[in-house]
Design a protein around this ligand. Structure first.
Ligand SMILES: Cc1cc2nc3c(=O)[nH]c(=O)nc-3n(C[C@H](O)[C@H](O)[C@H](O)COP(=O)(O)O)c2cc1C
Length: 340
Protein backbone atom coordinates (compact mmCIF):
# COMPACT_ATOMS: atom_id res chain seq x y z
CA UNK A 1 0.00 0.00 0.00
CA UNK A 2 1.53 3.30 -1.13
CA UNK A 3 1.31 6.19 1.36
CA UNK A 4 0.31 9.20 -0.73
CA UNK A 5 0.11 11.62 2.16
CA UNK A 6 2.31 14.69 2.24
CA UNK A 7 3.02 17.56 4.62
CA UNK A 8 2.32 21.06 3.36
CA UNK A 9 2.32 24.22 5.52
CA UNK A 10 2.38 22.01 8.60
CA UNK A 11 -0.82 20.27 7.48
CA UNK A 12 -1.21 16.64 6.52
CA UNK A 13 -2.69 16.22 3.05
CA UNK A 14 -3.98 12.78 2.07
CA UNK A 15 -2.65 13.23 -1.46
CA UNK A 16 0.09 15.33 -3.09
CA UNK A 17 -2.29 16.67 -5.77
CA UNK A 18 -4.19 19.84 -4.84
CA UNK A 19 -6.66 22.06 -6.67
CA UNK A 20 -5.22 25.56 -6.99
CA UNK A 21 -7.34 28.71 -7.01
CA UNK A 22 -9.77 28.74 -9.92
CA UNK A 23 -13.49 29.18 -10.60
CA UNK A 24 -13.92 25.50 -9.75
CA UNK A 25 -13.92 26.45 -6.08
CA UNK A 26 -16.98 28.66 -6.52
CA UNK A 27 -19.33 25.72 -6.01
CA UNK A 28 -19.40 23.42 -3.02
CA UNK A 29 -20.53 20.58 -5.28
CA UNK A 30 -17.41 20.92 -7.39
CA UNK A 31 -15.25 21.09 -4.28
CA UNK A 32 -16.82 17.84 -3.09
CA UNK A 33 -16.20 16.23 -6.48
CA UNK A 34 -12.56 17.31 -6.27
CA UNK A 35 -12.26 15.77 -2.82
CA UNK A 36 -13.94 12.55 -3.96
CA UNK A 37 -11.58 12.39 -6.96
CA UNK A 38 -8.56 12.53 -4.65
CA UNK A 39 -7.23 16.05 -4.15
CA UNK A 40 -5.33 16.48 -0.90
CA UNK A 41 -6.35 20.13 -0.43
CA UNK A 42 -8.24 22.89 -2.16
CA UNK A 43 -7.26 26.52 -2.60
CA UNK A 44 -10.31 28.74 -2.95
CA UNK A 45 -10.44 31.39 -5.63
CA UNK A 46 -8.92 34.68 -4.43
CA UNK A 47 -10.63 37.47 -2.64
CA UNK A 48 -9.12 40.65 -4.07
CA UNK A 49 -7.81 43.71 -2.25
CA UNK A 50 -10.06 45.82 -4.46
CA UNK A 51 -13.14 43.92 -3.31
CA UNK A 52 -12.25 44.39 0.34
CA UNK A 53 -11.56 48.08 -0.09
CA UNK A 54 -14.93 48.47 -1.85
CA UNK A 55 -16.61 46.10 0.59
CA UNK A 56 -20.14 46.45 -0.78
CA UNK A 57 -19.24 45.45 -4.33
CA UNK A 58 -18.56 42.08 -5.81
CA UNK A 59 -15.84 41.73 -8.39
CA UNK A 60 -18.22 42.01 -11.31
CA UNK A 61 -19.72 45.28 -10.08
CA UNK A 62 -16.30 46.62 -9.19
CA UNK A 63 -14.96 46.07 -12.68
CA UNK A 64 -18.09 47.60 -14.20
CA UNK A 65 -17.56 50.72 -12.08
CA UNK A 66 -13.98 50.99 -13.18
CA UNK A 67 -14.80 50.54 -16.80
CA UNK A 68 -17.44 53.26 -16.53
CA UNK A 69 -15.05 55.63 -14.75
CA UNK A 70 -12.04 55.08 -16.94
CA UNK A 71 -12.71 54.63 -20.60
CA UNK A 72 -9.21 53.33 -21.29
CA UNK A 73 -9.62 50.71 -18.59
CA UNK A 74 -12.03 48.90 -20.87
CA UNK A 75 -9.01 47.34 -22.51
CA UNK A 76 -7.79 45.98 -19.21
CA UNK A 77 -10.74 44.80 -17.15
CA UNK A 78 -12.74 41.94 -18.62
CA UNK A 79 -16.42 41.47 -17.87
CA UNK A 80 -16.46 38.50 -15.52
CA UNK A 81 -19.24 36.00 -15.18
CA UNK A 82 -21.37 36.69 -12.10
CA UNK A 83 -20.12 34.88 -9.06
CA UNK A 84 -20.38 35.46 -5.36
CA UNK A 85 -17.08 36.92 -4.40
CA UNK A 86 -18.19 39.64 -2.02
CA UNK A 87 -16.12 39.50 1.15
CA UNK A 88 -19.05 38.31 3.29
CA UNK A 89 -19.93 35.58 0.78
CA UNK A 90 -16.28 34.56 0.71
CA UNK A 91 -16.26 33.96 4.45
CA UNK A 92 -19.46 31.92 4.14
CA UNK A 93 -17.85 29.87 1.37
CA UNK A 94 -14.91 29.08 3.68
CA UNK A 95 -17.26 28.06 6.50
CA UNK A 96 -19.24 25.83 4.15
CA UNK A 97 -16.13 24.22 2.69
CA UNK A 98 -14.86 23.54 6.23
CA UNK A 99 -18.20 21.99 7.21
CA UNK A 100 -18.52 19.78 4.14
CA UNK A 101 -14.96 18.75 3.30
CA UNK A 102 -12.47 16.80 5.34
CA UNK A 103 -9.37 17.90 3.41
CA UNK A 104 -7.58 21.20 4.22
CA UNK A 105 -9.24 24.34 2.86
CA UNK A 106 -6.81 27.08 1.89
CA UNK A 107 -8.22 30.57 1.34
CA UNK A 108 -6.57 33.07 -0.98
CA UNK A 109 -6.08 36.81 -0.66
CA UNK A 110 -4.90 38.71 -3.70
CA UNK A 111 -3.51 42.20 -3.38
CA UNK A 112 -0.53 44.44 -3.94
CA UNK A 113 -0.31 46.96 -1.10
CA UNK A 114 0.24 46.39 2.62
CA UNK A 115 -2.91 48.39 3.41
CA UNK A 116 -5.80 47.89 5.82
CA UNK A 117 -7.33 45.15 3.63
CA UNK A 118 -4.76 42.70 4.95
CA UNK A 119 -6.64 42.73 8.27
CA UNK A 120 -9.29 40.71 6.47
CA UNK A 121 -6.96 37.76 6.89
CA UNK A 122 -8.10 37.57 10.54
CA UNK A 123 -11.72 37.04 9.45
CA UNK A 124 -10.59 34.39 7.01
CA UNK A 125 -8.87 32.61 9.89
CA UNK A 126 -11.96 32.96 12.07
CA UNK A 127 -14.10 31.51 9.26
CA UNK A 128 -12.03 28.35 9.62
CA UNK A 129 -9.51 28.36 6.76
CA UNK A 130 -6.69 25.93 7.51
CA UNK A 131 -4.20 28.19 5.76
CA UNK A 132 -4.01 31.34 3.67
CA UNK A 133 -2.37 31.78 0.29
CA UNK A 134 -1.28 35.32 -0.60
CA UNK A 135 -1.13 36.20 -4.26
CA UNK A 136 0.75 39.44 -4.92
CA UNK A 137 -0.19 39.82 -8.58
CA UNK A 138 1.89 42.86 -9.37
CA UNK A 139 3.50 43.81 -12.66
CA UNK A 140 6.32 46.29 -12.11
CA UNK A 141 5.64 48.59 -15.02
CA UNK A 142 6.97 51.83 -13.54
CA UNK A 143 10.58 52.81 -14.23
CA UNK A 144 10.84 54.24 -10.70
CA UNK A 145 9.90 50.92 -9.08
CA UNK A 146 13.13 49.11 -8.28
CA UNK A 147 13.65 45.42 -7.63
CA UNK A 148 14.18 46.33 -3.98
CA UNK A 149 10.79 48.03 -3.73
CA UNK A 150 9.02 45.15 -5.51
CA UNK A 151 10.53 42.74 -3.00
CA UNK A 152 9.62 45.04 -0.10
CA UNK A 153 6.00 44.93 -1.30
CA UNK A 154 5.91 41.16 -0.79
CA UNK A 155 7.70 41.30 2.54
CA UNK A 156 5.49 44.09 3.91
CA UNK A 157 2.29 42.30 2.89
CA UNK A 158 3.43 39.04 4.46
CA UNK A 159 4.41 40.85 7.67
CA UNK A 160 1.07 42.67 7.82
CA UNK A 161 -0.83 39.42 7.44
CA UNK A 162 1.46 37.52 9.84
CA UNK A 163 0.70 40.16 12.47
CA UNK A 164 -3.00 39.27 12.45
CA UNK A 165 -3.20 35.50 11.87
CA UNK A 166 -1.73 32.36 13.34
CA UNK A 167 -2.70 29.99 10.49
CA UNK A 168 0.03 29.06 8.01
CA UNK A 169 0.67 31.49 5.16
CA UNK A 170 1.80 30.52 1.66
CA UNK A 171 2.94 33.13 -0.85
CA UNK A 172 2.31 32.66 -4.55
CA UNK A 173 5.40 34.06 -6.23
CA UNK A 174 6.07 35.63 -9.58
CA UNK A 175 8.86 33.95 -11.58
CA UNK A 176 10.34 37.36 -12.39
CA UNK A 177 12.81 37.91 -9.59
CA UNK A 178 16.48 38.45 -10.23
CA UNK A 179 17.62 36.52 -7.18
CA UNK A 180 14.76 34.26 -6.15
CA UNK A 181 16.47 32.35 -3.30
CA UNK A 182 17.29 35.62 -1.51
CA UNK A 183 13.72 36.85 -1.98
CA UNK A 184 12.40 33.51 -0.71
CA UNK A 185 14.54 33.84 2.39
CA UNK A 186 13.24 37.36 3.11
CA UNK A 187 9.62 36.30 2.59
CA UNK A 188 10.09 33.30 4.89
CA UNK A 189 11.70 35.53 7.52
CA UNK A 190 8.66 37.83 7.29
CA UNK A 191 6.46 34.94 8.37
CA UNK A 192 5.59 32.82 5.33
CA UNK A 193 5.41 29.07 5.87
CA UNK A 194 5.30 28.13 2.21
CA UNK A 195 5.90 29.32 -1.33
CA UNK A 196 3.78 28.55 -4.38
CA UNK A 197 5.74 28.59 -7.66
CA UNK A 198 4.65 30.24 -9.87
CA UNK A 199 1.94 32.78 -10.31
CA UNK A 200 0.96 32.65 -13.96
CA UNK A 201 0.68 36.11 -15.41
CA UNK A 202 -2.17 36.52 -17.84
CA UNK A 203 -0.72 37.43 -21.23
CA UNK A 204 -2.60 40.09 -23.17
CA UNK A 205 -3.36 39.52 -26.84
CA UNK A 206 -3.17 42.26 -29.47
CA UNK A 207 -6.18 42.21 -31.78
CA UNK A 208 -4.93 43.33 -35.20
CA UNK A 209 -8.47 44.06 -36.42
CA UNK A 210 -9.64 46.34 -33.64
CA UNK A 211 -6.12 47.44 -32.65
CA UNK A 212 -6.97 46.81 -29.02
CA UNK A 213 -5.33 44.84 -26.26
CA UNK A 214 -7.55 41.90 -25.41
CA UNK A 215 -7.09 40.29 -22.00
CA UNK A 216 -6.94 36.57 -22.52
CA UNK A 217 -6.93 33.57 -20.24
CA UNK A 218 -4.83 30.93 -21.94
CA UNK A 219 -4.88 27.67 -20.09
CA UNK A 220 -1.48 26.13 -19.45
CA UNK A 221 0.32 23.22 -21.10
CA UNK A 222 2.70 20.78 -19.34
CA UNK A 223 5.65 22.55 -21.02
CA UNK A 224 5.17 25.39 -18.50
CA UNK A 225 6.08 23.14 -15.59
CA UNK A 226 9.79 23.27 -16.47
CA UNK A 227 10.15 26.75 -14.94
CA UNK A 228 8.61 25.97 -11.52
CA UNK A 229 10.50 22.67 -11.39
CA UNK A 230 13.88 24.33 -11.92
CA UNK A 231 13.24 26.85 -9.13
CA UNK A 232 11.67 24.35 -6.75
CA UNK A 233 14.78 22.19 -7.10
CA UNK A 234 16.96 25.22 -6.36
CA UNK A 235 14.88 26.48 -3.42
CA UNK A 236 14.67 22.98 -1.89
CA UNK A 237 18.42 22.88 -1.87
CA UNK A 238 19.26 26.38 -0.71
CA UNK A 239 18.42 26.13 2.98
CA UNK A 240 15.18 28.16 3.04
CA UNK A 241 12.99 26.13 5.35
CA UNK A 242 9.52 26.45 3.81
CA UNK A 243 6.91 24.22 2.20
CA UNK A 244 6.91 24.33 -1.58
CA UNK A 245 3.99 23.94 -3.98
CA UNK A 246 4.24 23.63 -7.75
CA UNK A 247 1.68 25.37 -9.95
CA UNK A 248 1.69 26.06 -13.72
CA UNK A 249 1.61 23.15 -16.12
CA UNK A 250 0.66 20.25 -13.83
CA UNK A 251 -1.66 18.17 -16.02
CA UNK A 252 -0.70 14.49 -15.84
CA UNK A 253 0.78 11.97 -13.37
CA UNK A 254 4.27 12.54 -14.82
CA UNK A 255 4.00 16.25 -14.01
CA UNK A 256 3.11 15.54 -10.38
CA UNK A 257 5.98 13.06 -10.08
CA UNK A 258 8.50 15.50 -11.55
CA UNK A 259 7.35 18.27 -9.21
CA UNK A 260 7.68 15.99 -6.17
CA UNK A 261 11.11 14.69 -7.19
CA UNK A 262 12.30 18.26 -7.70
CA UNK A 263 11.21 19.11 -4.16
CA UNK A 264 7.56 20.20 -4.18
CA UNK A 265 5.48 19.02 -1.23
CA UNK A 266 2.37 19.31 -3.34
CA UNK A 267 1.52 19.75 -7.03
CA UNK A 268 -1.42 22.03 -7.78
CA UNK A 269 -3.73 21.95 -10.78
CA UNK A 270 -6.13 24.45 -12.34
CA UNK A 271 -6.03 24.36 -16.17
CA UNK A 272 -6.21 20.56 -16.44
CA UNK A 273 -9.21 20.51 -14.14
CA UNK A 274 -10.92 23.28 -16.08
CA UNK A 275 -10.32 21.34 -19.31
CA UNK A 276 -11.16 17.80 -18.15
CA UNK A 277 -13.31 18.35 -15.06
CA UNK A 278 -12.72 17.49 -11.39
CA UNK A 279 -12.68 13.71 -12.01
CA UNK A 280 -9.42 14.10 -13.96
CA UNK A 281 -7.71 14.02 -10.57
CA UNK A 282 -8.62 10.35 -10.14
CA UNK A 283 -6.48 9.22 -13.06
CA UNK A 284 -3.64 11.53 -12.03
CA UNK A 285 -3.53 10.16 -8.49
CA UNK A 286 -3.80 6.58 -9.75
CA UNK A 287 -0.96 7.21 -12.21
CA UNK A 288 1.26 8.58 -9.43
CA UNK A 289 0.46 5.59 -7.24
CA UNK A 290 1.15 3.06 -10.03
CA UNK A 291 4.50 4.66 -10.87
CA UNK A 292 5.53 4.64 -7.21
CA UNK A 293 4.52 1.01 -6.78
CA UNK A 294 6.47 -0.02 -9.89
CA UNK A 295 9.57 1.67 -8.49
CA UNK A 296 9.09 0.33 -4.97
CA UNK A 297 8.43 3.64 -3.29
CA UNK A 298 6.31 3.19 -0.16
CA UNK A 299 5.59 6.83 0.54
CA UNK A 300 5.51 10.22 -1.16
CA UNK A 301 7.85 11.61 1.50
CA UNK A 302 10.61 9.26 0.23
CA UNK A 303 10.46 10.96 -3.16
CA UNK A 304 10.09 14.64 -2.27
CA UNK A 305 13.25 16.47 -3.25
CA UNK A 306 15.29 13.42 -4.24
CA UNK A 307 16.22 15.24 -7.48
CA UNK A 308 16.53 18.69 -5.92
CA UNK A 309 19.73 20.71 -5.68
CA UNK A 310 20.06 19.76 -2.00
CA UNK A 311 23.09 17.59 -2.69
CA UNK A 312 24.59 19.85 -5.32
CA UNK A 313 27.66 21.73 -4.01
CA UNK A 314 27.17 24.58 -6.49
CA UNK A 315 23.68 24.77 -8.02
CA UNK A 316 24.54 27.80 -10.15
CA UNK A 317 27.50 25.96 -11.72
CA UNK A 318 25.31 22.89 -12.23
CA UNK A 319 22.70 24.99 -14.05
CA UNK A 320 25.38 26.62 -16.19
CA UNK A 321 26.92 23.29 -17.11
CA UNK A 322 23.51 21.79 -17.96
CA UNK A 323 22.85 24.79 -20.17
CA UNK A 324 26.09 24.21 -22.07
CA UNK A 325 25.47 20.46 -22.33
CA UNK A 326 21.96 21.07 -23.67
CA UNK A 327 23.20 23.49 -26.35
CA UNK A 328 26.03 21.19 -27.41
CA UNK A 329 23.78 18.12 -27.52
CA UNK A 330 21.25 19.73 -29.87
CA UNK A 331 21.36 17.82 -33.12
CA UNK A 332 18.70 19.55 -35.20
CA UNK A 333 14.94 19.31 -35.25
CA UNK A 334 13.84 15.80 -36.25
CA UNK A 335 12.72 15.82 -39.85
CA UNK A 336 14.22 19.21 -40.66
CA UNK A 337 15.58 19.15 -44.23
CA UNK A 338 19.08 20.17 -43.05
CA UNK A 339 19.26 17.68 -40.17
CA UNK A 340 20.96 14.87 -42.03
C1 LIG B 1 -9.71 30.93 -14.91
C2 LIG B 1 -8.63 31.00 -13.85
C3 LIG B 1 -8.86 31.68 -12.66
C4 LIG B 1 -7.86 31.77 -11.70
N1 LIG B 1 -8.10 32.45 -10.55
C5 LIG B 1 -7.10 32.56 -9.62
C6 LIG B 1 -7.31 33.25 -8.40
O1 LIG B 1 -8.41 33.74 -8.11
N2 LIG B 1 -6.27 33.36 -7.55
C7 LIG B 1 -5.04 32.81 -7.80
O2 LIG B 1 -4.13 32.92 -6.99
N3 LIG B 1 -4.82 32.12 -8.94
C8 LIG B 1 -5.82 31.98 -9.85
N4 LIG B 1 -5.58 31.29 -11.00
C9 LIG B 1 -4.25 30.68 -11.22
C10 LIG B 1 -4.26 29.19 -10.88
O3 LIG B 1 -4.52 28.97 -9.51
C11 LIG B 1 -2.92 28.53 -11.22
O4 LIG B 1 -1.91 28.98 -10.34
C12 LIG B 1 -2.47 28.81 -12.65
O5 LIG B 1 -3.55 28.67 -13.55
C13 LIG B 1 -1.37 27.84 -13.07
O6 LIG B 1 -1.75 26.50 -12.89
P1 LIG B 1 -2.28 25.59 -14.10
O7 LIG B 1 -1.19 25.45 -15.06
O8 LIG B 1 -2.64 24.29 -13.44
O9 LIG B 1 -3.48 26.29 -14.68
C14 LIG B 1 -6.58 31.16 -11.94
C15 LIG B 1 -6.38 30.46 -13.14
C16 LIG B 1 -7.38 30.36 -14.09
C17 LIG B 1 -7.11 29.61 -15.36
Amino acid sequence: MVDLSTRYLGLTLPSPVAASASPLSDSIDTLKRLEAAGVGAVVLRSLFEEQIVHESLDLHELLEQWTESYLEAQSFFPALPEHSTRPAAYLEAIEQARRELSIPVIASLNGITPGGWTRYARQIEEAGAHALELNVYFVAANANETAESVEARYVDIVQAVRDVVRIPIAVKLSPFFTALPAVARRIAAAGADGLVLFNRFMQPEIDLESLTVVPTVRLSTPAELALPIRWIAILRGCGVDVSLAATSGVHEPADVLKALLAGADVAMMASALLIHGPEHVQGVVRGVEDWMRERHYDAVRQMVGSLSHATSPDPAAFERSNYLKALVSYSGAAGAPWSG
